[in-house]
Design a protein around this ligand. Sequence first.
Ligand code: HEM
Length: 143
Amino acid sequence: MNKAFFAAATLSLIFSSSAFAHGACGHTELHGYMIGIKDELKLLSSDVKAGNNDEAAGRIDNIVGYLEKSHDVIPHQFSSDHLEGAQLEAKTAEYKKVLDDTIDVFNNLEVALASNDSAEVRKLFGQIGEQRNIGHRTFKEDC
Ligand code: HEM
């Protein structure tokens, strides 16, 4: 794997997600899971770079665990927008779909790592960044 490219791509993935932008949205349960994802992703990137694929697989399992727990809570935006009834239901379904798509990408990453397919690994890291952007653009309050 081209290490310089990989380092640049993963650094942008880890830090652009707003390590610098903790706002006044409060520390929701979801916020806690997201911090867990960010921390595990950082370790995952180090494991992949070092070729520690077994450890990397464990990190992926932890991240998928956080994404699954995120299913049971709702983004802060939904309550500050006072969503209820059908509107809340539709938005929650949309949110869960993006979480499920993200879980699929991490599961694919586990397969790509197991078969040492570095081109696919690179592509999937790109997709993780895209999923994060979709999730934040759609469901995260701007605060
Ligand atoms: C997979 C890579 C992801 C990473 C590394 C990540 C990281 C983070 C971090 C560090 C925060 C807290 C800091 C902040 O306020 O910006 C956060 C918040 C948040 N993220 Fe993510 N995230 C990811 C994916 C997603 C996805 C897929 C969704 C939605 C389906 C999502 C929805 C949210 C929401 C809604 C918040 C605000 C917390 C709240 O409303 O309670 N994130 N994320």
